[in-house]
Design a protein. Structure first.
Length: 201
């Protein structure tokens, strides 16, 4: 490497003009001048190198606007895509697991609902059959009561008819009995007493 600070070019044999030297960096003087210690971002930059470089990169900005240099575009995009794909896969696996649990709970809830619906339908049919039996028994009892009422009404009519008949017959029967008793009394008074005759042996 060619030293350009005050030395001769040994290959060409000529003298090179001297370049101005930048001021040297003195950390102790910098610390004494400033009341507070400087952060790495606000520290003064080292002197630039004037060697035979193909390209010079600009120094990072001094102050609070320091930004981290971005990686090369191709590697950054690929790593970002891989990171995004990994996040998507993790999110999909978590969502799939949660969805499977929710689906199992929904399936169990659906089966429970179906079972409850079947039981309710069975209970409803049983209640309808019981209601029908009660209605039939009630109709039968009402029919029997109507028959008993009709039969009792007929017996009552017959009893009333017999009462009317007895009302007509009893006075005549009483008169006939009285007449017979009078006739018997008269015959017993008018009939003579016959002496008893002993038969000879």
């Amino acid at each position: 490497m060619v030293d350009i600070f005050g030395k001769k070019d040994e290959k060409k044999g000529g003298d090179l003009p001297e370049l101005p030297k930048p001021p040297s960096f003195n950390p102790s003087a910098q610390v004494t001048d400033t009341p507070a210690p400087l952060s790495p971002m606000s520290a003064p930059l080292p002197p630039p190198s004037f060697g035979p470089q193909t390209s010079l990169t600009p120094p990072p900005p001094v102050g609070g606007d320091f930004s981290i240099p971005a990686p090369p575009s191709g590697a950054g995009v690929s790593s970002q895509e891989l990171l995004t794909e990994d996040i998507e896969k993790i999110a999909e696996s978590i969502i799939s697991e949660k969805w499977n649990k929710v689906k199992e709970e929904l399936d169990s809830l659906t089966s429970w609902k179906t079972e409850i619906g079947t039981q309710v339908t069975s209970f409803k049919s049983q209640l309808e059959a019981l209601d029908k039996k009660v209605a039939d028994a009630q109709n039968a009892m009402i029919g029997k009561v109507d028959e008993y009422n009709k039969s009792l009404g007929g017996v009552n009519v017959e009893i009333q008819a017999m009462g009317k008949v007895f009302e007509k017959i009893i006075p005549q029967f009483t008169d006939n009995v009285n007449r017979l008793s009078e006739i018997v009394d008269k015959k017993s008074v008018s009939k003579p007493v016959m002496p008893e005759i002993k038969e000879e042996e």
